[in-house]
Write a protein that binds this ligand. Structure first.
Ligand SMILES: NC(=O)c1ccc[n+]([C@@H]2O[C@H](COP(=O)([O-])OP(=O)(O)OC[C@H]3O[C@@H](n4cnc5c(N)ncnc54)[C@H](OP(=O)(O)O)[C@@H]3O)[C@@H](O)[C@H]2O)c1
Length: 384
């Protein structure tokens, strides 16, 4: 359609990327055609893939919401989180289009009300994730200064939202509570963190893309205005789910750290005898359960972007998230704690278990012929 902008989104199957695709498809279907190739079609580990794909679709902007999984080794973290991000930016720069880069609070130290400039020093000791994300931020800044790159970097805190199919970050914490595998609190009182609402983020990205002069070459913290105390959040989820644990007992860091080391030894032993075992990669963030880290939202609040849902916080979103994730985790047989209280379709479930033929008959009766209105005519020529 003439006049429709094309956006290339990398990481469209992920929590953040999926929310961005959904936003463009539902809110701007007439003005933006968002293309989100899978990592099989376009792996940002391959420079050639990036160039070929972007040359083929000739987008008007690029958004990078890809990341290597948290537990990835140096190689993968470097190739996806650093080199991939930089190669995408180079391609965007040669096309003369804006590049939106999603980064993380992992590039920041612990502390309160941290500004955008207060990054960690780049050092060998950082985790693969933090190091590669920080390296990307450093090179992107350099590319803006010396190569004229038009980019905006958006740093996220702990993200909450639907469709986290990999169960990472906050959703891993939530999962541990729902699965009743967190007997006590692995944090200390008054440990504040910043949270980012995945559903609001695409509004901000779209605004930034429409106001390049204002947002060009800058990093912004995209977090809820008020930080949240970790223990309060855990205990709120617990009472919401009507569970008896975790107990309000605060495990000191030294003990939690000792426990982590013990589990690491157990996992190694299991692997030696051929058992598949792994600790959640979030355990690499154990320190941050005990150290506050809050990001200042000031720069974004002072910009022309207006929060479309200022009343939404992680607490107000809990009912929706609980309903979504409990039903999903039950369907996937990951937990069974709440099966009875969930609104599953009882007749369907019963029929599938006891009388599958009845379901086949129902589907056949509804029709299994070709869809009316769908023809086998040749596809229109792709746009070049
Ligand atoms: N989730 C959080 O709590 C959080 C917090 C702070 C910052 N962030 C940042 O937000 C961004 C998105 O995170 P997320 O939570 O949405 O991650 P996610 O759910 O794990 O999704 C990652 C996406 O990256 C894609 N990907 C991985 N390797 C790729 C490759 N080689 N080429 C192309 N695509 C590749 C994945 O595709 P496949 O599934 O096909 O592999 C997936 O679509 C990242 O920059 C992350 O650092 C997230």
């Amino acid at each position: 359609m003439a006049g429709k902008k094309i956006g290339a989104l990398i990481g469209g199957s992920g929590l953040i990327g999926g929310t961005i695709v959904n936003y463009y498809k539902t809110r701007h279907p007439d003005t933006v055609d968002i293309r989100a190739p899978s990592s099989k079609k376009l792996s940002i580990r391959e420079e050639e893939d990036i160039r070929l794909y972007l040359n083929e679709i000739r987008p008007d902007f690029v958004i990078n919401a890809a990341m290597a999984s948290l537990g990835s080794d140096c190689h993968l973290s470097y190739q996806v989180n650093y080199l991939g991000a930089i190669n995408l930016a180079r391609a965007a720069n040669s096309l003369g289009i804006p590049y939106i880069h999603i980064s993380s609070a992992a590039t920041l130290p612990a502390g309160l009300d941290l500004g955008e400039e207060e990054t960690l020093p780049l050092s060998a000791q950082l985790s693969n994730y933090a190091k590669s994300k920080l390296m990307a931020e450093i090179t992107l800044r350099q590319m803006a200064a010396t190569e004229g790159l038009d980019y905006s970097c958006i740093r996220l805190g702990i993200v909450y939202g639907a469709h986290d199919h990999k169960i990472q970050g906050f959703h891993r914490l939530f999962f541990s509570i729902a699965a009743e595998s967190m007997p006590v609190l692995f944090t200390k009182k008054n440990t504040l963190h910043s949270y980012s609402n995945a559903r609001k983020l695409p509004h901000c990205i779209h605004h930034m893309l429409c106001h390049r002069q204002e947002f060009r070459g800058q990093t912004y913290h995209f977090v809820d205005r008020n930080p949240v105390d970790l223990a309060t959040l855990i205990l709120t989820i617990k009472s919401y789910l009507n569970l008896s644990q975790p107990k309000e007992i605060y495990v000191p860091f030294w003990l939690a750290n000792y426990g982590r080391k013990f589990l690491q030894v157990m996992v190694r032993l299991c692997r030696r005898i051929g058992l598949k075992a792994a600790l959640p990669p979030e355990l690499m963030f154990l320190d941050s359960f005990y150290k506050p880290q809050t990001l200042s939202p000031r720069r974004l609040l002072q910009s022309s972007f207006v929060d479309p849902m200022p009343e939404e916080t992680i607490f107000s979103q809990l009912p929706e998230l609980v309903a979504y994730y409990l039903s999903r985790w039950n369907h996937h047989n990951l937990i069974d704690t709440f099966r009875d209280s969930l609104q599953v379709e009882p007749t369907l479930e019963e029929a599938f278990r006891q009388n599958p033929q009845a379901l086949i008959d129902r589907v056949h009766a509804a029709g299994i012929g070709p869809y009316p209105g769908t023809t086998g005519e040749a596809r229109p020529e792709p746009r070049h």
